[in-house]
Design a protein around this ligand. Structure first.
Ligand code: PMT
Length: 221
């Protein structure tokens, strides 16, 4: 039987890392491979949604039948997400967005010099925060990648970013977080409901996220 739970719904999913350029040969990034976000995109498409996958640089093949928008920096991801936001029904932010970028981009390769080199950093835009502020009808799901105080930080993100749910993972735990094919997550919902899961494949985690999104959509109505 065809899964049509999200049919007629437009869903934005972000995935992968961002790259913040220092000079033409160097950049700042993180360990995200996009596996978590791409799995969520595939499960959302299976449930019948129109999926816009906004992806940082990853080596995964674009999932079939899904519209992929490739971006590089946090600023580009911000612009891509905002341009699709008004008529979106759901946003799931699994991307690992850089919080800082080099303040000055050097348009030539920075040459080695004796002694230390200091790179000044400035804050990037917090995309999830901005979406929370502009929220109208959209269901907003964020992630929290933490190494300690996971539940405390996840709950803080729920309120500070005006999200409907945060999917938290402790990226220091084996089998969870960056790069692996598995993840260990806890859902923190705005209404206080918390759901903890054992180690699952990222595909299974993605399917749990989509189930929860469907539940939240039903409750919103
Ligand atoms: O890609 P994989 O290798 O499969 O790894 C999966 C993952 C570990 C990247 C994923 O499970 C995950 O935790 N993604 C969120 C990573 C992250 O950036 O977490 P954070 O706690 O720093 O950010 C919290 C939320 O704010 C996230 O939804 C993030 O997308 C968003 N954010 C953060 C910074 C920023 N400038 N803008 C944002 O929107």
């Amino acid at each position: 039987q065809k899964d049509e739970r999200l049919s007629g719904k437009k869903i934005i999913i972000t995935a992968g890392p961002t790259r913040e350029k220092i000079d033409p040969v160097r950049y700042l990034t993180n360990h995200s491979t996009g596996k978590m976000g791409y799995a969520v995109a595939e499960e959302a498409a299976k449930a019948g949604a129109e999926v816009i996958l906004i992806s940082g640089p990853v080596s995964l093949a674009p999932p079939q039948g899904i519209h992929v928008v490739k971006v590089e920096s946090a600023q580009e991801m911000y612009e891509a997400v905002i341009s699709q936001y008004n008529d979106a029904d759901i946003v799931i932010k699994s991307a690992a967005v850089a919080d800082y970028r080099p303040k000055n981009y050097a348009d030539h390769k920075i040459k080695k010099q004796p002694g230390e080199q200091v790179i000044e950093l400035e804050r990037t835009k917090d995309i999830l925060m901005e979406l929370g502020q502009r929220k109208d009808k959209q269901l907003l799901i964020g992630f929290a990648a933490e190494t300690d105080h996971v539940s405390e930080y996840a709950r803080k993100k729920l309120t500070s970013k005006n999200a409907d749910m945060i999917v938290a993972n402790n990226v220091k735990t084996e089998g969870a977080g960056f790069g692996t094919d598995t993840n260990i997550v806890t859902f923190y919902r705005k209404d206080g409901v918390t759901k903890e899961f054992p180690i699952l494949s990222k595909k299974e985690v993605a399917s749990k996220i989509i189930d929860e999104v469907c539940l939240l959509m039903k409750e919103q109505r």
